[in-house]
Write a protein that binds this ligand. Sequence first.
Ligand code: BGC
Length: 354
Amino acid sequence: MNHEDLYQKSIDIIIKNQNLTGAYVACPTFPTYNYSWFRDGSYIAYAMDLVGEYDSSAQFHSWAVDNINKRETQIRLLIKGNLNNYEEVLHTRYHLDGDAGIDYWENFQLDGFGVWLWSLYEHIHLSGRKLTNEMEKAIELVSGYLSMLWQEPCYDCWEENRNEKHIYTISCIYGGLKASDLLLGSNSFSGIVRKIKNLILKEGVINGSLCKYLGNGEVDSSLLGVHFPNNVLTTRDPIMRKTVKRIQSELYKAGGIHRYTADTYYGGGIWILLTAWLGIWLVDDGKPKEAKEILDWILSRADTEGQLAEQYDDSLNDPSYLPVWIEKWGASAKPLLWSHAMYIILYRKLNPDR
Ligand code: BGC
């Protein structure tokens, strides 16, 4: 298998696992991931826009728009400040038909909605398609929701640490509200966007590098998101540079990167999507050779059918947890559509004229 094969395979896997409703299943073979997440789906739709599969991304966005708009009453109450019960918030993942489901999950996560606004902006921009009235309504609802709740602690993108304010999450709200203003041609959120950036710079930095969450000096690979896609800080920013240096020195092992040092999910292995994310940074930072090495490493992890898993055990933070998770949920999710999407994004960054 070469990169061309894996690139094509990745597109096929994503298309094949898009439900007729437009939802992308996070992983078709892993029962716990038989849902569609706003977070995963938004990156996957962006990858589809990059490769010109506009119908696929359009269907995902239409699924997302319908799901948001049918919850209009609930969202309007939340925007008015009626947050009595955290079960009333928008869930982070949905059944493929858009049902919120009744199973317990760490539902209150805000990052996916910010990333969705960014992904929709990219969709309109890259596909040249028109914004519909329904889309406008959903954008207005989601950005109202985010601008009301942006200071609330919530679960992070790893669905952990419920009571904290996470820098990645906050950066997604920043990116999302900026995208909302661009999409609607308005200037409604510039004040909040400025406040978010100030908060990140004032309270989200310890010893010159970004924190995992406010008051916690650990580094987390999701902090790469402060640069791409959220563009709060650029590759030239010293805080961003120091953060990525830490990610490289503390979390980069055996060719790929961990989520964070204390991670024990499946033993805390190395993640394809995060490794690709580092590659994206390296391209933007003018280091295509290093990024290509990362792309090659990802290729080396693909199985004979071109499938990429969520994580690999080449390096584990705590091997004693691996059997515990395998016993609970089976082997690491494969194929994980988000892993394939991030591979595609990095591949296209390295081969823009393809
Ligand atoms: C990850 C989430 C992801 C979900 C589905 C979880 O293990 O922590 O970030 O959205 O899997 O891929």
